[in-house]
Design a protein around this ligand. Structure first.
Ligand code: ADP
Ligand code: MG
Length: 409
């Protein structure tokens, strides 16, 4: 039995016309002899009537601090609504279909509200649907803890649902349908000449996704990679072939083709970051100060990133929305930090850049050209990142994209 798991994002399901197009795509796969499992996100985005944010606001209007349990229940409604609608749309088109919640799909999580991890999947129910010739439409982003409580999977959760089902069913493909042509060399909403990447390794896209390319969630890639299930990122809106994510060596049909990691895969960005700088040289009792700072942040549940500790200076970043709380906590232990709100991180990502000289020089040159100050920078084997002001972010992404000649030829 050939199985394809297809995930549709919120914008792909926003109107009856689009849902009709989604039915066409599903019908095409069935005509190609695939048994199709569909995973859906909630319909639409912010303020749309059935979007997750809308439901959250509805509850928060009456109680600003709902319990995590109730939050997860309300946050899971959007996927239920869109799944039931799409399943009925399929039935009305003569394609037998049934809707399944995360629990009914056998998706069991560690039970953590808001950001649950999938522990395992019992695919029997879905298999029964497939054997009966039904298209199961599964609510993404949700699963059930071993205690029977509904939990949501955090950001990009529907991507993760699709990937986990793909692995559990040993699918031939996991298809992530979205509102762009595939994985591009940069966010096409920022860079006009961003180029479609037709082939990419799990490793490369994972780096891009971790650095902020939100087109597919890194957890979804990691799960697909475990079993080497090919993952495609495709457009609901066009017939573009999309991006095929797979291992470097693809030995299907006795043909062994090797794709190399690219020197530079693409440019990523993420925003809403605040930088916190503490001048230790100025402090009266600097002994043990480093420990105190990071302990205080941890105790307040504030996640810190881009940590840079030097003898006279400590720098790190937090989410913009947590910066004021961080400042208050530091002041309480007599530390007066300098805070740079509204920053963004831009990164040059490339799994093959290790040991290639001159990449940093080109990064600095690109940003220098447009007088974009670098507030902080860092690197790993697979990327070089710079912190810039959010106002400079788009220009920085474009400058780097040009510098590394990633655009359409
Ligand atoms: P969905 O609702 O379908 O899950 P998302 O908004 O999560 O869609 O992801 C798709 C968006 O990812 C695109 O609209 C695009 O703006 C953004 N994006 C960011 N970086 C990239 C990239 N490198 N390639 C393609 N899209 C990207
Ligand atoms: Mg998404």
């Amino acid at each position: 039995m050939k199985i394809a798991v297809q995930k549709y994002g919120g914008t792909s399901l926003a109107t009856p016309e689009l849902r009709s197009r989604v039915c066409d795509i599903i019908a095409d796969a069935i005509n190609d002899d695939y048994r199709v499992v569909v995973v859906v996100s909630a319909i639409g985005r912010q303020n749309d009537p059935y979007a997750t944010d809308t439901f959250i606001n509805l509850v928060k209007q009456v109680n600003p601090n709902p319990s995590p349990r109730e939050m997860d229940l309300i946050m899971s409604c959007g996927e239920m609504i869109s799944g039931i609608v799409l399943s009925n749309h399929l039935c009305a088109r003569g394609i037998a279909s049934t809707f399944l919640t995360g629990e009914q799909s056998g998706l069991v999580t560690d039970g953590n509200y808001g950001n649950a991890h999938i522990l395992y999947i019992n695919p029997q129910n879905i298999m029964r649907c497939l054997e009966a010739g039904l298209v199961p439409v599964v609510a993404g982003f949700q699963g059930v803890g071993e205690n029977g409580e509904l939990t949501t999977l955090g950001r990009g959760g529907s991507d993760t649902t699709a990937s986990a089902l793909g692995v559990a069913l040993n699918a031939d493909y996991i298809d992530i349908f979205t509102d762009v042509d595939g994985i591009m060399t940069a966010d096409p909403r920022i860079v006009d000449d961003a180029r479609l990447i037709d082939n990419i390794t799990y490793n490369e896209i994972c780096q891009m996704a971790r650095e902020g390319a939100k087109v597919v969630h890194p957890r979804a890639i990691e799960i697909a990679m475990q079993r080497g299930i090919p993952l495609r990122v495709r457009s609901t809106f066009s017939d573009s072939p999309g991006t095929l994510v797979r291992n470097r060596i693809d030995s299907k049909n006795d043909v062994v083709s090797i794709i190399r990691d690219m020197l530079i895969t693409g440019i990523t960005h993420s925003s809403d970051i605040a930088q916190i700088k503490i001048d230790i040289a100025k402090l009266q009792y600097p002994r043990g100060i480093q420990l105190n700072i990071f302990k205080a942040m941890a105790e307040a549940g504030i996640s810190v990133d881009f940590i840079n500790v030097q003898p006279e200076l400590i720098m790190f970043t937090v989410a913009d929305e947590q910066a004021e709380q961080a400042e208050l906590i530091l002041k309480n232990i007599d530390i007066f930090p300098v805070i740079e709100f509204n920053c963004a991180k831009v990164a040059v990502v490339g799994a093959a850049m290790t040991g290639i000289p001159g990449v940093m020089a080109r990064v600095v040159e690109a940003l220098d050209q447009y007088d974009i100050p670098i507030l902080q920078s860092g690197d790993s084997y697979t990327n070089i990142w710079c912190l810039v002001k959010k106002d400079h972010m788009k220009l920085a992404v474009k400058a780097l994209h040009d510098q590394f000649e990633l655009g359409k030829k």
